[in-house]
Design a protein. Sequence first.
Length: 317
Amino acid sequence: MDLDNKVKKLNKLLKNCSLCPHKCGVDRYSGADGFCHSGVKPVVSTSMVHHGEEPPISGSRGSGTIFFSNCNMRCVYCQNYQISQESEGEEISTRGLANNMIALQGKGVHNINLVSPTVWVPQIVESFSIAKKSGLDLPFVYNTGGYDHPGILKMLERIIDVYMPDIRYSNSSMAQKYSGIKDYVKFNRDSILEMYRQVGDLKIDKNGIAQKGLLIRLLVLPENISGIKDTLDFIKNRLSASVYLSIMAQYHPTYRAGSYPELSRRVGAGEYLEIVEYAQKLGLDCGWTQDHSSLGPGKDEFIPDFNKENVFKYYKD
């Protein structure tokens, strides 16, 4: 299917929205609110040169990151809650979104990094089409919480170069409790398999920059809530030992996490190292870990505040 036909087909889905597993069925052209409270115009909080992603994404010149507002998950600990849950941001046209992409390319970034893109796929594809005609020539990164529909992802083949999903849970009851979503594990794993079918293992160029492939993020949560060992078994058995992983220790209690005693603390060093060692035991040694000792109280340069002009304390432009 050519790009113009993909745009038309995806835009039709907005009349009876089924872009994600919620399948709310609302008419987003009429402004009807589904789970994600999204209409037809994309809502963007920030477009910026971001230096806080994994090394092959940020590189030396930064990642051209577009933070979309609204989300199809309700994570009680979301560090981006100002935009994901409180809808901070501005409506723009698809041409305006395309212009943002072109402007970021003009700043010398390595890629266009789409954060929380799931509910905005039709608008992203339309903007991609416009931007390509205006000279956009960078890898596209699909940076998602992982609650995607594999049928929609099929429409993104040859559009998305790098998939960077979370695998947040290996138990759907945990996903329901802490993120307000159903059947996360089924949809997440089926989506990961589709992503891997499209792009395969991460391919990094001679300058250390990702050009194509899959990079999976695993956020370690307190009390083994995320069940990462089961997730690592899935990756080893259904994908490949060559899949790149980013095992993150950066969890900190924010948003509504304080209402859940089990989430009201940071991850202990022992909890984190247990996951890292298990990955090593399985031979999953491609990717990145974090220095747990460097992420204690006061180490918050990568914690965003979307109400400030400089979203991150480290901010570079």
